[in-house]
Ligand binder design. Structure first.
Ligand SMILES: *Cc1c(COP(=O)(O)O)cnc(C)c1O
Length: 368
C-alpha cells in the first residue's frame, strides 16, 4: 500500500458492504433497512457512503438536519431521506429537496402543516417520533388524538412512518426498561392505526437494538454505528469491519535528555533518554485533549507509541524510544490494527464521538 504522506482518513467501501450484509443477515427478510448517515456518515464521507449503500439496495436514509439531506440530494441520492431533527426555519428547503421530516411535537407539527399547505402539498410524507422513555424528542402516547385531529381530512400530509428510540439498547441491565419502551411503542402504533385506518411503517431499533431485541424489528430498523463497524459490544465488533482508518506520519524525531519536558505547559517530563516523534494531527483534527498525557497510544510499525504531554491544536508528540522508525514513516491512529473503540475508551469516550469528531480538514481517501 502507498504511504499516506499526510494525515488521512481511509474509508473502506468493502468494509461498509460487509457490515451492511452482516446486519441484513440478522434481520427477517421483510424488515426494511434505514441507513443513518448523519454527521458525514459518522465522520467518514456521507456522499461516498450513501452512494454505495444506495447501490446495495438500502431502503431509507436518515440524517439529523436538513442541510445534510440537501448535500445528499445534490450528490444524486434519490432514495427517501428522513430528517431526524429538522427545525422550522428549514422547512421550505426541506420540501424543495423532497426530504421527509420527523415531526416530534405539537408545535413542529402545526408549523410543518402550515408550510406544506402554503406550498400546496398533498400527501407529503412525514414521520412521527414518539417518546417512550429517552425523554429527548417526541410526542407522548396520549398525543395521538391531537395529531390525527390536527392533520384533519385535507390530506396535505401523510404519515409514512411512526418511530421511537431506545434509551439503553446496548445495556443488558436495562432490559426491563427497553421491553417497556417496546410495549409502549406497540400500543402507540395500534392506537394510530385505529385512528388513521392504516398502519404506517413502524421502526424502533438502532444498531444495538438490532442485536439485542430482534423481536422488535417491526417494519424497519435504523442502523448507524453498525454500518461503520461497531456495535457497542466486543463480540459484535469482532463480527464487523471498521470502515474508517486514520493514519498519519512522523514529521520530526527528537532526542530528549533526562529532565527535559515536551509540549505545552511542560506536561511531559522525561525521566531518562527518550526519542519522541511529532505527528501532524491534533485536537483540531478530532484527537481531543483527553487522549493526551499517556491516556492513549498510536501504532508505529506494529508497536504502541503513547501520546505524551498535552495534545496541541495541530500536533501530538508520541514516545518512540523503543521503536525503530524514521521521519516520514506511517503511523496508525485507529482502524484495523487498533480499534477506534479501544482508542476512544482509553480517552473516556465512545467510538461514536471519536469517529464523528474527525474534522473536515483531514483528507479523506475512499477505498473500493
Ligand atoms: C443516530 C440515530 C440512530 C443510529 O443509532 P446507532 O446506534 O448508530 O445505530 C438511530 N435512530 C436515531 C433516532 C438516531 O438519532
Amino acid at each position: 500500500m502507498d504511504k499516506v504522506g499526510e494525515t488521512t482518513l481511509e474509508i473502506s467501501l468493502s468494509a461498509l458492504s460487509y457490515n451492511y450484509r452482516y446486519l441484513k443477515s440478522t434481520l427477517s427478510t421483510e424488515t426494511k433497512f434505514l441507513a443513518v448517515v448523519k454527521a458525514f456518515a459518522y465522520g467518514s464521507d456521507m456522499v461516498a457512503v450513501a452512494t454505495k449503500l444506495e447501490a446495495l439496495g438500502v431502503d431509507y436514509f436518515a440524517v439529523a438536519y436538513v442541510k445534510e439531506g440537501i448535500l445528499l440530494r445534490k450528490a444524486g441520492i434519490t432514495s427517501p431521506i428522513l430528517v431526524l431533527h429538522p427545525q422550522e426555519t428549514n422547512f421550505e428547503q426541506l420540501i424543495a429537496s423532497c426530504l421527509e421530516p420527523s415531526l416530534y411535537s405539537p408545535r413542529i407539527l402545526k408549523s410543518f402543516l402550515a408550510t406544506a399547505k402554503a406550498h400546496k402539498q398533498t400527501n407529503y410524507p412525514i414521520h412521527l417520533k414518539f417518546n417512550t422513555g429517552l425523554n429527548r424528542l417526541g410526542f407522548w402516547e396520549n398525543d395521538v388524538a391531537h395529531i390525527v385531529k390536527t392533520l384533519g381530512t385535507e390530506k396535505a400530509l401523510r404519515i409514512t412512518s411512526v418511530f421511537s428510540h431506545l434509551a439503553a439498547s446496548e445495556d443488558v441491565q436495562e432490559k426491563a426498561f427497553s421491553l417497556g419502551q417496546i410495549k409502549t411503542f406497540t400500543a402507540i402504533c395500534e392506537s394510530l392505526k385505529s385512528a388513521l385506518g392504516y398502519m404506517p411503517i413502524r421502526h424502533m431499533l438502532n444498531t444495538s437494538g438490532i442485536i439485542n431485541y430482534p423481536q422488535a424489528q417491526f417494519d424497519m430498523v435504523r442502523s448507524g454505528i453498525g454500518l461503520y463497524g461497531f456495535g457497542n459490544d466486543k463480540e459484535i465488533d469482532s463480527k464487523l469491519r471498521p470502515v474508517a482508518t486514520l493514519k498519519t506520519i512522523i514529521s520530526q524525531l527528537h532526542k530528549i535528555e533526562p529532565g527535559e519536558t515536551v509540549g505545552y505547559n511542560r506536561a511531559y517530563a522525561a525521566n531518562g533518554y527518550r526519542t519522541t516523534a511529532t505527528l501532524p494531527i491534533g485536537h483540531a483534527d478530532g484527537i481531543g485533549r483527553q487522549y493526551g498525557n499517556g491516556k492513549t497510544k498510536v501504532v508505529i510499525h506494529g508497536q504502541p507509541a503513547p501520546i505524551i504531554g498535552n495534545v496541541c491544536m495541530d500536533m501530538i508528540m508520541v514516545d518512540v524510544t523503543h521503536i525503530p522508525c524514521k521521519e516520514g514513516d506511517e503511523v496508525l491512529v485507529f482502524g484495523a490494527g487498533q480499534s477506534a473503540e479501544t482508542f476512544a475508551d482509553n480517552g473516556n469516550s465512545i467510538s461514536y464521538e471519536l469517529l464523528t469528531a474527525i474534522s473536515q480538514r483531514v483528507k479523506r481517501v475512499i477505498l473500493e
